[in-house]
Every structure is written in structure tokens, then in C-alpha cells.
Design a protein around this ligand. Structure first.
Ligand SMILES: C[C@](O)(CO)[C@H](O)COP(=O)(O)OP(=O)(O)OC[C@H]1O[C@@H](n2ccc(N)nc2=O)[C@H](O)[C@@H]1O
Ligand SMILES: Nc1ncnc2c1ncn2[C@@H]1O[C@H](COP(=O)(O)OP(=O)(O)OP(=O)(O)O)[C@@H](O)[C@H]1O
Length: 313
């Protein structure tokens, strides 16, 4: 048995519409999810003892049972106890590059990488959809992180339909360090503030879902200008008024004339879309010049056509 190193990409939300309540207590969503090249590196390594160990180079990432990567390994152990008994345990090493509490699905992508990695290490031969079904029991973003690319996500975010790949689109990410936003808080607050407007009938639900049609058409036509204009995220309605620094990042991007700007997921990352690497780097420098705050982190990255993949050494 050998080790496997996997690239675990982050995602951004090009579209996030909260349609209403679900019987399971989650929200019914319509989203367009997009993988980006910014990624963690996750290595799974066989160890003799029947244990799961997590190591991470980032001091704020838990290295115990609360790490989502640990939970993914534990799920595989419970699903395939004979393999665990036969081959022994696993050490998971995470090289963290995706910021925490950023709305970029960093933890979810790590968990997705562990599912894919253990499937390879134990030679299980599971399909993507089998791995996604397992991943969905741990978190709504995990199934997408396995397949990645550009995808429509419905249900609670785990029902995926692939969309045409979007090429040559660059992304500037801006996030204040030490400003995480909690995803449960964002959805809970949204329900408190807007729950009374949730649709009651099936036909009303269907009508609301149609609001994403413009974005779908723009993606089908690969119309970047239109995609930029139609970016949408309902969670901004609760996060921006509470976190004024996030609003400020969004305003800044807007003033720099990017194709579009939006908060990703539940925040606190704000992204700006641009059509070339040169322009992206210019926007990053302009953001840095305009907001002289040492706690502001900026990245230039681009759309990526896949989710978790083997790292080439
Ligand atoms: C904000 C996004 O990242 C956008 O892609 C996702 O919707 C959140 O995905 P995630 O972090 O994998 O979320 P989960 O771990 O499944 O759920 C975290 C919390 O968000 C709430 N949640 C999540 C997904 C959803 N469709 N409705 C919800 O209300 C749940 O109450 C839960 O308390
Ligand atoms: N493997 C992991 N990587 C990062 N954070 C993790 C991990 N496992 C558990 N956590 C905990 O979860 C918290 C939030 O995780 P994460 O950074 O994935 O949030 P997020 O980017 O907002 O996720 P999402 O976009 O899926 O809502 C972290 O602050 C950390 O305490």
C-alpha cells in the first residue's frame, strides 16, 4: 500500500439562491458552484496502527476528531471495517492554503480528498457518485468538492448537474484574516429574518427556482460579461449588514470595474471576476493600495475544471 497526495481545490459560489425550507431543517437551494485553482494538498498515508491521525501546518485547524478530514476517514472506516482491520490506519497530512471560515469550502474539500484518497489506498473502486453519497452525509458542499468544475447544485447543495466548463476566467479573492463567518449562523439568521417570506406551495417554489434561468443561459453561452452581472448570493443579505468590512471589500471591487463581484458562500471572502491574469494582478495591487490593512489577504487564482485530483509530484 502506498501514500496518495491529492489536490483539494476551493470553490466559489457564482449563484446562491435560498428557495425556502426543507423538511430536514436545511434550506432548499439553487446554486452554481465553481472550483478554483487555490487548493490544499492532502496526503493519506498508511500506518500500521488502527488509528486515524490528522496533521496540518495551520495552527488553527483542529487535529482531532472534529476535523472534517478525520470525520471523512472515520466514515470510511465505519463503512469498510474489514479494510481498516486488514490494512491498518491512516495518517492525513493537510497543507493548508485555503483560508478558514472563508466560504471557500476548505474543510469540505479536505474531506472530499480523504474519501477519494482512501478509495485509492484501499483499492475499493468506488464511483464518484458512491463517494458523493457518502460525502453528503458529512456536509452539503462535499459532493461538489469531489467532482468540481462548474456545476448546478440543488436540494441542500448535494444534487449536482454538471455545467459547461468556463475557461480563462481569473478570480481575485479578498479576505480579512481573523474574520471568519460561521455558516450555521448565516443560514439561521437568514431564516430568522426572511423565514416568513419562504414559499408555501410547490408552484411558488418552482417559480422561484426559475430565477436562475438568466445565469444558466449566460453560462451556456460562455458570456463572461453577463455571468459577471448576474452573480447572486442571498446570504449577502444577512452577512453584509453584520460585517461591514465584507461590504467594504465588495464596494472596492465594484469601484475597480471588475466584471462582477460577490461574497462567496457564507463569507467572509469576496471575489472579483476578471478576464485576464494581467488584469487580475492589477486589481490585486489596486485593492492592496486602496485598503492599507495588514490583515487583508489577497489571492489571484482562476477557474479550475475539476475537483479533487491526484497531485503530480
Ligand atoms: C454556504 C455554502 O458553502 C454554499 O456553497 C453551503 O451551503 C454550506 O455547505 P456546508 O458548509 O457543507 O454546510 P453543512 O455542513 O451541510 O451545514 C452547515 C450549516 O448550514 C446550514 N445549511 C446548510 C446547507 C443548506 N442547504 N441549508 C442550511 O440551512 C445547516 O443548518 C447547517 O447548520
Ligand atoms: N479540514 C479542515 N480545514 C479547515 N477547517 C476545518 C477543517 N476541519 C474542521 N475545520 C473547522 O471548521 C471551521 C470552518 O471550516 P472551513 O474553513 O471549511 O469553512 P468555510 O470555508 O466557511 O466552509 P464552507 O464554505 O463549506 O461553509 C474552521 O474554522 C475549523 O475550526
Amino acid at each position: 500500500m502506498r501514500s496518495y497526495s491529492l489536490v483539494a481545490p476551493a470553490k466559489i459560489n457564482l449563484y446562491l439562491q435560498i428557495v425556502g425550507d426543507r423538511p430536514d431543517g436545511f434550506h432548499e437551494l439553487v446554486m452554481v458552484l465553481q472550483s478554483i485553482e487555490l487548493a490544499d494538498l492532502v496526503t493519506v498515508r498508511p500506518i500500521g496502527a488502527e488509528t486515524i491521525q490528522v496533521r496540518c501546518n495551520h495552527p488553527d485547524v483542529p487535529q482531532d476528531q472534529t476535523n472534517l478530514a478525520y470525520k471523512a476517514a472515520d466514515l470510511m472506516v465505519r463503512q469498510f471495517p474489514d479494510y481498516f482491520a486488514k490494512f491498518g490506519g491512516v495518517e492525513i497530512n493537510i497543507q493548508k492554503r485555503i483560508p478558514l471560515g472563508a466560504g471557500l469550502a476548505g474543510g469540505s474539500s479536505n474531506a472530499a480528498a480523504v474519501l477519494v484518497g482512501l478509495d485509492l489506498m484501499w483499492n475499493l473502486g468506488l464511483t464518484h457518485s458512491e463517494l458523493q453519497e457518502l460525502g453528503a452525509t458529512l456536509g452539503s458542499d462535499i459532493p461538489f468538492c469531489i467532482s468540481g468544475g462548474t456545476s448546478l447544485a440543488t436540494g441542500r447543495g448535494e444534487q449536482l448537474d454538471g455545467l459547461p466548463d468556463l475557461h480563462d476566467i481569473y478570480v481575485v479573492l479578498a479576505k480579512y484574516r481573523d474574520l471568519p463567518v460561521s455558516t450555521p449562523w448565516a443560514y439561521k439568521t437568514y431564516r430568522q429574518q426572511f423565514g416568513d417570506t419562504y414559499p408555501k406551495s410547490v408552484s411558488e417554489i418552482e417559480t422561484r427556482k426559475q430565477q436562475s434561468r438568466g445565469m444558466m443561459a449566460a453560462i451556456a453561452q460562455q458570456n463572461l460579461a453577463q455571468i459577471g452581472k448576474l452573480l447572486h448570493n442571498d446570504l449577502e443579505r444577512v452577512v453584509l449588514p453584520e460585517y461591514l468590512q465584507v461590504q467594504q471589500l465588495r464596494d472596492r471591487f465594484q469601484s475597480l470595474g471588475v466584471l462582477g463581484t460577490m461574497m462567496s458562500g457564507s463569507g467572509s471572502t469576496v471575489f472579483g471576476l476578471v478576464e485576464s491574469q494581467a488584469h487580475a494582478e492589477q486589481v490585486r495591487e489596486q485593492m492592496k493600495g486602496a485598503i492599507a490593512d495588514p490583515n487583508l489577504d489577497l489571492w489571484v487564482t482562476r477557474f479550475c475544471p475539476s475537483g479533487v485530483r491526484l497531485a503530480t509530484s
